[in-house]
Design a protein around this ligand. Structure first.
Ligand code: NAD
Ligand code: TYD
Length: 349
């Protein structure tokens, strides 16, 4: 297969590119990425020079370039991950989220439909999030039948994209599959999301900002379990269907941050011997902060034969070690644009 992978220079995309190229040496992966602040060729270093990998710098809103890419590389599957992905940024500036997540997805759908023609068996996998389902109370978990109730501009833009994807199946017969995944952790996550922020701030002995009371719950999954899920959805999923991926690892933010601190105390004891958890500080809550996410993956398990392979604590420990071993990566990916954004918006951190 010639697979068009959008957003392949980002966190999940770069892990997925590495996974696909290793697992299917006869497939071609055409990574298409705008290289925003969150996309970095540094994350694709391990596949540099691999003749099955092609990188194209481009915007998914650029219809002529997307069209040319479908034609030049005879694309027969799309794994669509390109997105603006950070909730906090969507609160400060939603416009880019609408442009990339809604208009970009629309552009890709149009170009796939036109390039493949009616009756094509080629598959378009739309990688979405559990955040489109909104917030849960103390019990229960999101299933594929949970009604949409997005609460942030980020999740609203992803929900809009999902609806467009669905409509292209029902109206035009495009073979689409949508996946919803819970919060990912692992190597190459941009240092603005909770886990890398905590690891890197702790090492720099900066404060560890916890929004609100720290009792919000997220359901964590290792990025490579998610990557395998996307791949199995492409190869074994049914067109028009939706699959949820999660790994039953619910943590309150405060417990997770304390766990990371205790791991760091062992792996890289602070020179002043004070525990890293001393740096925890409760800061102003995120507006509209969803209380709890939890995913029910029964459908992916029974219909796709997928299940997560990584135990949370073991894989989190490896993730922390990865950051300790790759501090140069974190320094290089923090571009000037990111630094000025951070300085402007998060003066207190
Ligand atoms: P990320 O922010 O790390 O990467 C996004 C990538 O998309 C970057 O490489 C960026 O350069 C690229 N991009 C942004 N705008 C683009 C445009 N207009 N044209 C082309 N490329 C563009 O995000 P991530 O965490 O890897 O998430 C990838 C996908 O998975 C997103 O669609 C996200 O909604 C979804 N998702 C993420 C999580 C998570 O926990 N991170 C969970 C569920 C679903
Ligand atoms: P984040 O990594 O931004 O993912 P998402 O908002 O998509 O779930 O945040 C994970 C959780 O951690 C979320 O409840 C917000 C919280 N959080 C903090 O408490 N402090 C931080 O510095 C960040 C970035 C997030």
């Amino acid at each position: 297969m010639n697979i068009l992978l959008t957003g392949g220079a980002g966190f999940i995309g770069s892990n997925l590119a590495q996974y696909l190229l290793k697992t299917y040496p006869n497939d071609k992966v055409i990574t298409f990425d705008k290289l925003t602040y969150a996309g970095n060729l540094e994350s694709l270093k391990s596949v540099e020079g691999n003749s099955s990998h092609i990188f194209i710098k481009g915007d998914i809103c650029d219809a002529p370039l997307v069209r040319k890419t479908f034609k030049d590389y005879d694309i027969d599957a799309v794994l669509h991950l390109a997105a603006e992905s950070h909730v906090d940024r969507s609160i400060l500036g939603p416009k880019e989220f609408i442009e990339t997540n809604v208009m970009g997805t629309f552009t890709l759908l149009e170009e796939a439909k036109n390039a493949w023609g009616s009756g094509s068996e080629n598959v378009f996998v739309n990688v979405s999030t559990d955040e489109v389902y909104g917030s849960l109370g103390k019990t229960g978990a999101f299933t594929e039948l949970t009604p949409y109730a997005p609460n942030s501009p980020y999740s609203a833009s992803k929900a809009s994209a999902d609806h467009l994807v669905r409509s292209y199946f029902h109206t035009f017969g495009l073979k689409v599959i949508t996946t919803h995944c819970s919060n990912n952790y692992g190597a190459f996550q941009f240092p603005e999301k909770l886990i890398p922020v905590i690891i890197l701030n702790a090492l720099a002995r900066k404060k560890l900002p916890i929004y609100g009371d720290g009792l919000n719950i997220r359901d964590w999954i290792h990025v490579l379990d998610h990557a395998r899920g996307i791949d199995v959805a492409l190869r074994s999923g049914k067109a028009g269907e939706v699959y949820n991926f999660g790994a039953d690892a619910e943590w309150t933010n405060i417990d997770l941050v304390r766990f990371i601190c205790s791991e760091l105390d062992e792996l890289r004891p602070a020179t002043d011997t004070r525990p890293y958890s001393d740096l925890i500080e409760f800061v102003k809550d995120r507006p509209g902060h969803d209380q709890r996410y939890a995913i029910d993956s029964s459908k992916a398990k029974t219909e796709l034969g997928w299940s997560p392979e990584n135990d949370f604590k073991t894989a989190m420990r490896s993730t922390i070690k990865w950051y300790l071993d790759n501090l140069d990566w974190t320094e290089r990916v923090k571009s000037g644009e990111y630094i000025s954004y951070y300085a402007e918006n998060y003066k207190d951190r």
